[in-house]
Structures are given as structure tokens and as C-alpha cells.
Ligand binder design. Sequence first.
Ligand SMILES: *Cc1c(COP(=O)(O)O)cnc(C)c1O
Length: 397
Amino acid sequence: MTDFSKTRAMFHLPEGMTYLNGNSLGPMPRASEAAISRFLNDEWKNELIKGWNSKGWYTQTNTLGDRIGRLIGAPEGSTVVGDTLSIKVFQAVAAGLALVPERRIILSDSGNFPSDLYMAEGLMKLKDDGYSLRTPDPEQVMDAISDEVAVLLITEVDYRTGRKHDMKALIEKAHSHGAVVVWDLAHSVGALPVDVTSTEVDFAVGCTYKYLNGGPGAPAFIYVAPRHIGSAEPALSGWFGHAAPFDFALSYTPANAIERMRVGTPSIASFALLNAALDVWDNVDMQDLRARSVELSELFITEVENRCPGVTLASPRNALERGSHVSFRFEHGYACMQALIAQGVIGDFRAPDIMRFGIAPLFNSEADILRAVDVLAQILRDESWQDARFQLRAPVT
Ligand SMILES: *Cc1c(COP(=O)(O)O)cnc(C)c1O
């Protein structure tokens, strides 16, 4: 059994703060400070450019990719890190479209995170070749899979409500219709058991600053099914994806390996932080993590529904249909969340009326859940959310 009191002790959690936002930005692992200091003092400071070879910077896209691969069931050599998730979505969708050149439909759903849809729109505009994007309601997406679909672009867990798709069933149906699947793991990796191999998904992408705790702006990752690696077309043909970058050839030839999904020089300081954050996962069993997430989520829902009149559950009631965050609707959700934050209970708000609480078993405990409910109940009781200072909208909600 995974000992979650041990994993909790591996994080810096500020005194007096109840952090229920690990689904958006994970907290700082205690090891991060030494890791960044080692990077500065043992690597950059004295090695300078030699570090690309002597400290392995050049291959960290792959060594970190393989470490993430272990969390998503990917074999070695099929995952690389770098860039941002939006960029990785673009690359995966572009490569997917190129595998089915005669089709013109990208199918996603209206619950997807907007950036994924925006990247698909930008790609279609660039291709200027009759492509269109369909975004039915998430409940309708299964029925919308047809022989017209080139790429099915699905984020497993809805960023607002936590509603979780049945990826195995979606992938099976998409494949039976000859479509390629891009699975966005933004709210899945580090939150749920994921197996890209047994589900036979074609591409998977995700970020590492949410449940993986790599720090703000930590690099994204992309998985390409081994059967596609030799043929997946790299739309962003930067020199780091070239077969021989240091030949400096005038024309691009993609690496015959997952490196073809690299683009340009990655942020090595971020890699040092991500590497330290991934150490926390070495002793975590994903089935234990999921069981703990469900246990804490059920406690949270029961307590809120018993003690917080006026808020309504926005997430599916059935734990099997949720990821690892729980959301409630409340007309004055923004102000109420500001009032919670003022008392050290940190969740976030998603328009128009959703208060969102991430439950990350690596560091969240029953005590966190009970304190959050105590404070929420009190704010609703005394209506302190009405205070003028809680109405002002900050740029990041
Ligand atoms: C968080 C998230 C993103 C963010 O993309 P970035 O490029 O990292 O800013 C994109 N897609 C989904 C589904 C997300 O949840």
C-alpha cells in the first residue's frame, strides 16, 4: 500500500493553507530547492555549454519522457517532454491528420479545454484545405464518431466538472471507423491510472505542472504509439527533431525515433525541477492513488451536501465517472472562492459559476477536506462572500 503520509511529507505546504488546487498547479516538492540549486551550481555555473554532453541535458527530453511514460503505460522511447501542452496538441493533431489524408473532420467536444480547440482551429486555418472541427456535447461524442472523422481529439477529464470519458470505449469505436485518436491527459496523468498501451491510443499529450508538480510552466509531453513513430509527420520541424541536428543540413529530415517530436532548445532549468518532482512518484501505486482520490472526493461531496445549503454538485455523482477534482455550482461562486482563499482554503473558479476543488492524494488528507468544508459552511452561513473586496476579478481566476 502506498503510504500517503510519506508522500505528503515530501511537499512544502505553507502553514495555515489548505491547498485544493493541485489539479491546476501542484505544490512545490521539498526536493525542488536542492534540485534547482544543483542545476545552477553543479551544472550551468561551471560546466556552461559542456553541460549539454557532460550533464546529459541533450537527452533529458527522453529520460524524463520515459519517467512519465511509466505513469501512463508507455514503453521506453515513445514519450518526450518539452514545449507547452498547446504545442503538443498541435503536433499530435497535425500528425494524426497526416495519417488519414483523405478525411477532413476533427471531432472533439464542447467540454474540451479551449486551448485544444483553438490549436485545432489554427491548424485547420493553416492547412486551408476544407477541414472542419465538430464539438458536440461530451455525452454525444460517442455517437458522433463516423467514417468521416480523421482525428478524435479528447481530453479525458473535463477541466470544469471533472466528468470523465470512457476512453477505452471511445478509442475502440474511433479505431473501428478508421479514425486516429489524440488523448489529452492534462487532468489524468498523476490523477488516474492511464494505460496508453492496452487502449492502443495513437497519440497522448499532457502537462506536468498540474498533478505531476513540475512547477509553473513545467514542460509538456507527447506520446506516440510505437507503430506510428516512424511515420508520424512532425509539423513543427525544428532542429531538435532532425535526424542529425549537428550536421546542420539545409533541409529537414525527421529523426527515425520519438525525437522527431522535439522542436527547439528546451528549458533545462525546468527539467531539473520536473525530475525532482517525478521522484515522488517512485513509490506510488496508481490504483492506491485512485482509491484514495475517490475516498476523499466522496467525503467532500457528502460533507458539502450536508452542511452547505445553496451550492449544488456540478460533478458526476458516480465516482467512476469523475476524475480527481470536484466542482460545485454557486451563483456567487467567484466571490465565494475569493472568501475561501482569504481564509487559506485554495480552490479556483471557472466561469460562469463553478467552484473547483482539486483532490490530490499525494498531499491532501481528510483534515484538508474537513477544514475546507468548515470554512465553506461558515462563509455561506454568514454570507461573508458579499464583502466588496471579494467581487473584484483578478486576471487569473
Ligand atoms: C491545462 C490544460 C491546457 C494548458 O495548456 P498549456 O499550453 O500548458 O498552457 C491545455 N489543455 C488542457 C486540456 C488543459 O487541461
